[in-house]
Ligand binder design. Structure first.
Ligand code: UDX
Length: 436
């Protein structure tokens, strides 16, 4: 007979909520997940996923018996004591995090609630304290999410670390959350709530800083004839630096980095502290997307009526997430310069269509490249490495490619007949031998 595991409640079935719900169900917990969108709940109850995340559909289907989706808060409250809050906290016009959805969840809890509120949504440091002030007696734990889209299920099951923040009086609630994660074997860091909140923001801001740093190095490499790939490799071998998040490209996007960097900058600003470094991190990231336009102009001159193919639209591969994707800014900038933009993404086209109404979306990379004056690789989808680039070159008006993720093999591309430009690579080394 299998032992009955602690039931888990999940509030907000977006990307974080769904991964959390499905993974706890996989670990044997009965899970009730609640969302206010009836359409989403109905689709999930039929086993249809609303997002693309490798391995997630299988988990949802395999654990259907343990996983209940509902719009009804009381069903959730009856079923589980431990409630993970996974609602989104998008940036407001001021750059602060919008906590209105978090606040509504707290308001929905009955006054005498004995539930434990476990905050997974990314919130500014100080949020836990203010909720505890408003709702004294409600056990509160901060348990920030560090999952990466595209590998979220694997990240959940094999965490580097799980951070559990609980203040004095809520130690028991913290223990209950720790018990949920113990079977996964990662390091469990117990801390106070404010520190847990800061760990999340500081981690994402640091990773974003690493990316903007290597992007600036890439830009200097272009000026001095160095190769940023080699530079990053050499830097990464120093274990104090580490090799991850040193891939130069056209900037970071997604639901976390842009929002969290801005939220941390604003949080600091609201306390009177000017976080100068983050101002630069954000600015470098904005300019990095736009540098592609200048690269194309260097080859093509004016972009008026030039047909530019974007390969990939999602903010990174293995997801259909378009939030803060570099492709959005790039497409708008290219159109602003008078170019005609055609694009292909293996899974994000549907979502992209809602955001890029004037971009022609096609069903394959080959179709996008047909008759194009230039291509830009925006997202490093695996299938682009497998493409018959020599055949593609034949179909383009001008076989010119800007590899925005340094993903393709420059020599192979040049051999296939392309003029190739990466980010932070020496242009001359990548010119076709036969180019005049
Ligand atoms: C991130 C954090 O990594 C994760 O811990 C947090 O919980 C959510 O935010 P995610 O947004 O899924 O995860 O993607 P990530 O793989 O971190 O990449 C973010 C962006 O940075 C992508 O646009 C990616 O293309 C870019 N990136 C990443 C680089 O440009 N260079 C790199 O070296 C790494």
């Amino acid at each position: 007979m299998s032992e009955q595991r602690e039931p888990v409640g999940v509030i907000g079935v977006g990307w974080v909520g769904l991964v959390t719900a499905a993974c706890f169900a996989e670990l044997g917990h009965p899970v009730v997940a609640r969302d206010i969108l009836a359409e989403k709940v109905e689709a999930l109850s039929r086993g249809e996923l609303t997002i693309h995340e490798p391995g997630l559909a299988e988990l949802v289907q395999r654990n259907a018996e343990r996983l209940t989706f509902t719009t009804d808060m009381s069903e959730l409250l009856d079923a589980a004591r431990l409630l993970f809050v996974c609602v989104d906290t998008p940036p407001t016009y001021s750059g602060d995090a919008d906590l209105s959805r978090v606040r509504s969840v707290v308001e929905e809890l009955p006054a005498d609630s004995e539930h434990v509120l476990i905050m997974k949504s990314t919130v500014p440091a100080g949020t836990g304290e203010s909720i505890r002030r408003d709702r004294p007696g409600l056990p509160y734990v901060s348990c920030p999410e560090f999952l990466k889209e595209g590998t979220a299920v694997a990240d959940f099951m094999n965490p580097d670390r799980v951070v559990i923040g609980a203040d004095a009086g809520d130690e028991g609630a913290g223990d209950a959350v720790a018990r949920l994660y113990e079977p996964l074997g990662g390091a469990i860091l117990r801390t106070d709530v404010a520190s847990a909140e800061m760990i999340k923001l500081a981690s994402n801001a640091f990773l974003a800083t690493k990316i903007s740093f290597i992007n600036e190095i890439a830009n200097v490499c272009e000026e001095v004839g160095a190769d940023v790939g080699e530079v990053a490799r050499g830097m990464g071998l120093d274990e104090r630096i580490g090799s991850s998040f040193l891939r130069a490209g056209i900037g970071y996007g997604g639901s976390c980095f842009p929002k969290d960097v801005s939220a941390l900058k604003m949080l600091a600003g609201n306390t009177g502290y000017h976080f100068q470094l983050l101002t630069a991190v954000i600015e470098v990231n904005e300019l990095q997307k736009r540098r592609v336009v200048a690269k194309l102009q260097r080859h093509l001159g004016s972009l008026i009526d030039k047909r530019v193919a974007l390969l990939g639209l999602a903010f990174k591969p293995d997801t259909d997430d378009m939030r803060e994707a570099s492709s959005l800014v790039l497409a708008a900038r290219l159109q602003g310069e008078g170019a005609e933009v055609v694009a292909y993404d293996p899974v994000a086209s549907k979502r992209a269509g809602e955001l890029l109404s004037s971009v022609e979306l096609v069903g394959s990379a080959v179709e996008a490249l047909e008759g194009a004056d230039a291509a830009v690789l925006v997202t490093e989808w695996g299938e682009f490495a497998e493409l018959d680039w020599a055949a593609a070159a034949e179909r383009m008006t001008r076989p010119l490619i800007v590899d925005g993720r340094n993903f393709l093999d420059p020599e192979a591309l040049v051999k296939a007949g392309f003029e190739y430009e990466g980010i932070g690579q020496t242009v001359s080394a990548a010119r076709p031998a036969a180019a005049s």
